[in-house]
Structure formats: structure tokens, C-alpha cells
Design a protein around this ligand. Sequence first.
Ligand SMILES: [Zn+2]
Length: 447
Amino acid sequence: MSDRDVNLVLRSTRVITPEGTCAASVSVAAGKIVAVQPYAAQVPAGARLEDFGDDVVLPGLVDTHVHVNDPGRTEWEGFWTATRAAAAGGITTLLDMPLNSLPPTTTVGNLRTKQDVARPKAHVDTGFWGGAIPSNVKDLRPLYDAGVFGFKCFLSPSGVEEFPELDQEQLARSMAEIAGFGGLLIVHAEDPHQLAAAPQESGPKYADFLASRPRDAENTAIEGLIAAAKRHGARVHVLHLSSSDALPPIAAAKREGVRISVESCPHFLTLTAEEVPDGATEFKCCPPIREAENQDALWEGLADGTIDCIVSDHSPCTTDLKTPDFASAWGGISSLQLGLPAIWTEARKRGHTLEDVVRWMSAAPAELAGLDQKGAIEAGRDADFAVLAPDETFTVDPAELHHRNQVTAYAGKTLHGVVRSTWLRGERIVENGTLAEPTGRLLERNI
Ligand SMILES: [Zn+2]
């Protein structure tokens, strides 16, 4: 590409690049970043200049853990609403989880069904995880060849009957198969025996719910996963880590060279068990939000690199499923649109920088999924950006969220960081909360 092809230059005094934050001009041609130059670089003739002043330009966020539930449970969410919420929150790429939709993404046929549904509705680039369930070992390779980014499995009941968990023998079989073709297994790690042994009190008290999903269930499952990954030489990823007690064994496994990565979520990092009111099941998810002291340790795990990335685990439902009984309410927290300001608000309090946030929420999830064209502002990558006013605050009004259901644990919170605009492959897709028509593409694993 020469200067003549550049059609857009984005300029700001604060552009977050892999080398740090600097005043820069970012040149875009055909939806790709072609150069990152000094702030005052000459704008090529015919190119449009967008100058954001002191607002921060960061790479569009990559959220690899979203339950879109479409088709099948579209009253919970859907590709139209989920991708609009993502775009409004500065996310330009999302990967959909294989369960809670009907069908689940467990065969190539089911994947095609989901892609057909998503294609006309995607406001951001959208890809798919496959699912590993007891009956589909033979489908894993074809799904991988069809472009899924890896495979999700559960070690304890998933909450929906069409997506059963794997027992240890089934886990070994699926893991061996996936390792055989170099794939990635992503795991909901709670041990079913520990869960079964925990006290199961129903009712509105959060403490009872917390006791029913003990840290030991996560710790045991993760230690078993590490052992299995070692045995099979497999690449594994721990989804939604909540128990900080599992950090030392994970760190040790990483030091030993086990191919394991870890994510945590905004709710574990910004909300605490102590603040959950009785009956407030918008705070229910599995594993659960734990104590403040646990949260402090998770932030240490982020700081020292034991936790690689932060993704939403956006798992919405209709209001009526959030009954005040913690035992029977649907488990899942809606936060797709709010992840960036929620994390940034907490991160800045704890002395972290926006560069850290970008690493956790854009670069690292892109790397997890092998999305080489996403996750950084540098020449050759897609021209995906979020423009953020980091010091501005807003108070979360659920009615203003683009989620299909306006239920969220963040209602009434005052957060730092207002997304001014979001850009996908060189086109502005959101400006001050107003969305353009959908131009998201369906992504397949880079083959
Ligand atoms: Zn999830």
C-alpha cells in the first residue's frame, strides 16, 4: 500500500501501541492499519483526518467469552443486540460460546446454522467456539477444519441439558483428540464431586449460594486439568477463574511449561460477595463472585501474569429467570457493554494503566484465539479502534444498555471511561452511542 491508498488518518495525543502510549497518527487503507507515524505527520492528499485530541485511541477490544444464545434462546440475547452492545462498549471482535443457543455448536451443521443466523446481524467481527460434549468426539476435527477457534467443555453440569459435561474419562478422550490436531480446549473448571458435597441451601442469602460453590471445586478441577494437560501435551485454557487459591498451582504449571492460559472476568475483579444484597440474583454466576480478599489476590494474579486476560462471560437471561432464590435463578452476569469501564475504574484505583487494560482485554484474548489481525495498533492489523475519554464518568442506567434484557449487576455504579466512538476495519460503527448498520464479518480460525 502506498500513501495514495490511505483513506483515513486517526490522530490523538494518546494512542496505545505495543510500544506504549504516544502522540501519533494512524494511517488506514482498505480497513487495515498501514502506518503508525508521529502526531504531526503529513496527511496524504485525499485522506480524511479524524483528530481526537486528548481522547485515547486504543485497539478495539476482543471478547472471547460471550453467550449470544442465538438461535434458540433469543429472548435472552441475540446477535443483533449482543453485537450492538459490544460495539457500544468498545469491543470490535467477539467469540460466541457454543452453548445456550439451540442448536449448540457441537457439529459442523450446527455451526453453519449459527453462522447463517449471525451473518446479517453482526455489528462487530464474530467468531465461534465449538463445544466438546460426550457424544461428539468424531465431530471435533471437522468443526476445527470448519473454522471454530477451539472447544469448550464443562466438568460439572452446564445448566442446559443439550450440553452435558464430560467426566474424567470423556475429558481424556476429547483432550487427546483435540491435542492430536493442535487445537485448544477451554474449560469450565468446577469439580462435580466437590459441588455435590457442598451444602445446598436454597433462598435469598448470597452467603448460602457462595457456600454451595466452594473454592475447592475450582481448585480441584484446575489441578486435575493441569495433570491431564501434561499427560496429553494439550493446550488448555481455564475459563472465568474466580478462586484465587488456584493461582499458585497455575503459576507453577506455567513455569513448568504446561500450555495453560487463564481468564478472569469483570465481575470477579470489580464486585465482591460482601456487597451482594439478599435476593439480588443479577449477581449470580458460576463459579461465584467471592470475597474482597479473593479479589485482591486475583488482581495480583493479573499483575504477575498468572491470569492472561479479562473477558466478559456475558451470559444474560430474561428478567423472570432472575428469581430472588439463588439456588434456582439463572446463573449468568450481563456486562458486555460495561466491561471496559468496569475494569478501567478498578484498575486505575489499583495503580494499573490503560496499557495494562488493553493488554488484558485486547492483545491477550486476540492471542488466545490466534487472531493475528486483531489486538494491537500496528501496521498490518485490522483498523479496529475504540476512542475513550478515560477520565469522564457515567452512572450505569440499565435502560441505556443495548443488551436484549436490561438486567445487570452494575446498575447504579459510577464508572470511569466513556467510549466516544468505535471503529471496525476503518469504518466508524458507533459514535456517542449511535450505531451504524451492521458491517461485522464472520471470523474463522486462521488456517
Ligand atoms: Zn460462560
